[in-house]
Write a protein that binds this ligand. Sequence first.
Ligand code: F6P
Length: 292
Amino acid sequence: MKILVLASGGDAPGMNRFMWEIYRKFRNDVYFAFAGFTGLVNGQIFPLSEVIDKKKRNSAGVVTKSSRCPEFKHAKYFNMGLENAKKFDVVVILGGNGSEKGAKRLFESGVNTIFVPGTIDNDVEDCHYSIGFSTAVKEAVYTVENTMPSIDAFLNACLFEVMGRENSSICEEVARQVDADYQVVDEKTLDYEKMKNVILKKYIASSSAKIIVRENIANITEIASKLNDMLGMNIVKTQIVGRTQRGGKPTRQELSMATKFAKETVRCIKTKVFGVRVLADENLNIIVTEFK
Ligand code: F6P
């Protein structure tokens, strides 16, 4: 059986473990498309054995490389990718909700695909956990916890920007774990009056507010500047957590979930269950569903 794996979109900690587990079962039958759909379109397809490395199985990043490939939406490039995908008995696609659409379209065009959620954003529909999420949260919590003592020493307040392009899962979970004073998850919660009051209340109590802000809502420096103007004091600082969330060392939960996703993918391949999404339910049990 010829198996193709690819990682698409933002890399996510735990992807290497997933790749390793697939390789461990099928060895030289496994190939990869370099940098995801980009390599699929361009025919950059190689044996996984060329890049897989047991020593990297618990590291962040992804040995196959990943990329965003907006061209894949266009018929010309999609068809180029389709031709290459058809050379395989099964194509395993690891990515977020955009990659899922690509996997579904390939399946509808006659390719045996299996989609697996790999994105820190945790934005895959019907799925309660995607590979990368717990590490992304852990890194952001670490940043908040290691920044606040210094913020507190000056009786300042701090806005922390976390990733999550169109999804507030990371923001909400980080806010919960650090016991944030306020969270900005969307335009509605970007409420300056509320933020000002939260900051002021803490300040009067000789304490410091921590506010978690989801990226892509507004420029965090501008939010801070507006708050400082409203407060009439220069006490609101900012910290962008950024790509440490994707580059962080995978948590135990990450490695365990990546292994579970891989085991189920192996089972699907062996039993020839294709055109499916391997997801996690609310109890984090792995389930297999058809594309929607
Ligand atoms: O992959 C998800 C993600 O990390 C989002 O949270 C973020 O908006 C985006 O990728 C950043 O993408 P890039 O690294 O390509 O700028």
